[in-house]
Design a protein around this ligand. Structure first.
Ligand SMILES: [Zn+2]
Ligand SMILES: [Zn+2]
Length: 366
């Protein structure tokens, strides 16, 4: 084992990335060390670089969704089915840890993604605490972190093509409670929107429409089975976009609308796209991008709308999304969402490309 491990550190909001050497970690009892195979650069990392998330303990090693090979374990390690995970196994892990299971949020509200003790690799872990982010040659799996072996036939790029959008899109579709034959509109064609489009189809939607940009992401949506797509850069006004949806839904609006755009103005617009007594899920407002004005009478009360928020994801979403990816990999080809891969020293370029929406999914191979 080499003595040092290289990692890319985000030193603070708006500050340049820094390549640093860390002492090679050893597995703690109940933990493990992974040799990194692939890590993602996602919208969250762009937000982190701009300081748009609160409570981030800079300097951090970004990279919250990862894939690696087990280098060593600190004693026996098992997956959720009780099968042994041995050195050499290709795995991912649930990036959330520390969810306490004993606070009011965990026990009474049963809303584990709102547990105040919850921590996330690459987001709320400081570089001072070690290799707890994926932009590195190795990563430490802390005791209690849940490791998931990639199912038979799934390679690192298949899983990373889904990335964090995979369980997030899955969770949004679960919240939407799509019924067989529902018509669904997805606002936003980023990784979360595209994965929501996939899972909406698997949930039995009759047709999925995607409203977003740029055109490369919309053609990806078409390949993934979207019935039709609308480029927001060519359909100038909100009224035009709402009309476009109503034209495709017998004038009534969609049964389900999922907001995955991150733009607050998308919310009142999306509610106009929703049919009476429809369900609206907000998953795209991951940072505070400002306010939007609703008309409570027209948008909510008279429409008899159900509006649901969707924060983060739990182990169950990652587990089930990964099993579905393995089953439907030939149909949806998640790996095609990765137009190019980057080396660790190209992390800054990957961040820039992600910010400019030049790529759907940016993956680093350390
Ligand atoms: Zn808790
Ligand atoms: Zn992410």
């Amino acid at each position: 084992m080499s003595e040092t491990v290289e990692a890319v550190v985000m030193t603070g909001p708006g500050r340049p990335l820094d390549r640093r050497k860390f002492a090679a970690p050893r597995a703690r009892p109940g933990g493990a060390i992974l040799e990194m195979v692939a890590t993602e650069v996602c919208g969250t990392d762009v937000h982190l670089h701009h300081g748009r998330l609160s409570g981030v303990p800079y300097p951090i090693i970004p990279g919250h969704v990862n894939c690696g090979r087990v280098l060593e374990t600190g004693g026996p390690l098992q997956d959720v089915q009780g099968r042994a995970i041995s050195p050499g196994a290709l795995v991912t892990f649930f990036d959330v840890f520390g969810t306490c299971g004993s606070c009011w949020h965990c026990l009474v509200a049963k809303a584990a993604t709102r547990c105040p003790h919850r921590r996330v690799y690459g987001i709320t872990t400081s570089a001072a605490d070690g290799l707890l982010g994926g932009w590195a040659e190795r990563i430490e799996i802390l005791p209690g972190v849940r490791v998931l072996p990639l199912p038979e036939g799934v390679e690192a790029e298949d899983f990373m093509g889904g990335g964090c959008g995979l369980p997030t899109g899955f969770h949004a579709v679960e919240r939407a409670a799509i019924a067989l034959g529902d018509t669904v509109v997805i606002q936003g064609s980023g990784p979360v929107g595209l994965n929501a489009a996939i899972f909406a189809q698997l949930a039995g939607a009759l047709a999925v429409f995607v409203v977003g940009a740029p055109s490369a992401r919309l053609s990806a949506a078409r390949k993934l089975g979207a019935e039709d797509v609308l480029d927001i850069t060519s359909a100038g006004s909100g009224e035009e976009r709402v009309r476009w949806v109503r034209d495709r839904t017998a004038g009534r609006g969609a049964d389900v609308v999922i907001e995955a755009s991150g733009n607050p103005a998308a919310v009142p617009e999306g509610l106009e796209m929703l049919r009476d007594a429809g369900r609206y899920v907000v998953v795209g407002q991951y940072t505070d991008a400002g306010d939007a004005t609703l008309n409570p009478h027209r948008h909510i009360n008279r429409r008899h709308a159900t509006i649901l928020g969707c924060w983060g994801y739990e182990f169950t979403h990652l587990h089930r999304a990964l099993q579905l990816l393995a089953r439907h990999n030939a149909r949806f080809r998640w790996r095609d969402l990765i137009p190019r891969e980057y080396r660790l020293e190209e992390a800054g370029q990957a961040l820039e490309d992600m910010e400019n929406l030049a790529v759907v999914k940016a993956v680093i191979r350390p």
